[in-house]
Write a new protein. Structure first.
Length: 184
């Protein structure tokens, strides 16, 4: 793959192979969905740094050896949208990961598996503590508040798979600029 120049706002989705990553992929896989590959997400704040919720919310250089796909919003971002994205990342920097939010995600996802409803957003609705971000929540809220864009679901209902699926299925909006998952 050729060298890619990243920009503020590029959305990064990762294929996690850890136990936790595999569990996230299982829980967020919808009935009839071929395969869920994304278990983590973040977003670029400049050409080299990714903002992401790990054990704590961090801003660090993106290691392109990670198994990631990166998408760019085709219309581009305004200077004020980029500033907003950077300010939100700085606001969350160092905040502890919201582990219990994953429990709410898991319960909603299980309800999706045992009911006829496609997108259950019940328990996640009650988990709105902004000071404890999880990866997809941070990317969802950042795009919702800074760009006015949603990934097909409310920002605190988004899972990494929702964000990846949305970017993959909306090629009029999103351009795949880097793929270290499929090797394309």
């Amino acid at each position: 793959m050729t060298v890619t120049e990243f920009k503020c706002g590029d959305v990064v989705c990762e294929l996690g192979q850890s136990f936790f990553g595999r569990a996230i992929r299982w829980f967020t896989r919808s009935w009839g969905e071929k395969g869920t590959w994304a278990s983590h997400t973040g977003h670029m704040i400049d050409d080299t740094h990714i903002a992401e919720a790990l054990a704590k919310f961090t801003i660090q250089p993106l290691d392109v050896a990670r198994r990631v796909k990166v998408w760019r919003l085709k219309v581009g971002l305004s200077e004020s949208e980029e500033i907003c994205i950077r300010v939100k990342a700085q606001h969350w920097l160092g905040k502890s990961y919201g582990w219990w939010k994953n429990g709410a995600h898991a319960i909603d996802c299980l309800l999706e598996k045992i009911t006829p409803f496609k997108h259950v957003y019940l328990f996640r609705r009650f988990i709105g503590v902004a000071d404890y971000p999880i990866c997809s929540w941070a990317t969802g809220w950042t795009y919702d508040e800074c760009v006015g864009y949603r990934f097909g679901v409310p920002p605190n209902a988004a899972a990494p798979d929702d964000i990846a699926d949305w970017c993959e299925t909306h090629p009029d909006d999103w351009e795949l600029i880097f793929d270290n998952v499929t090797g394309a």
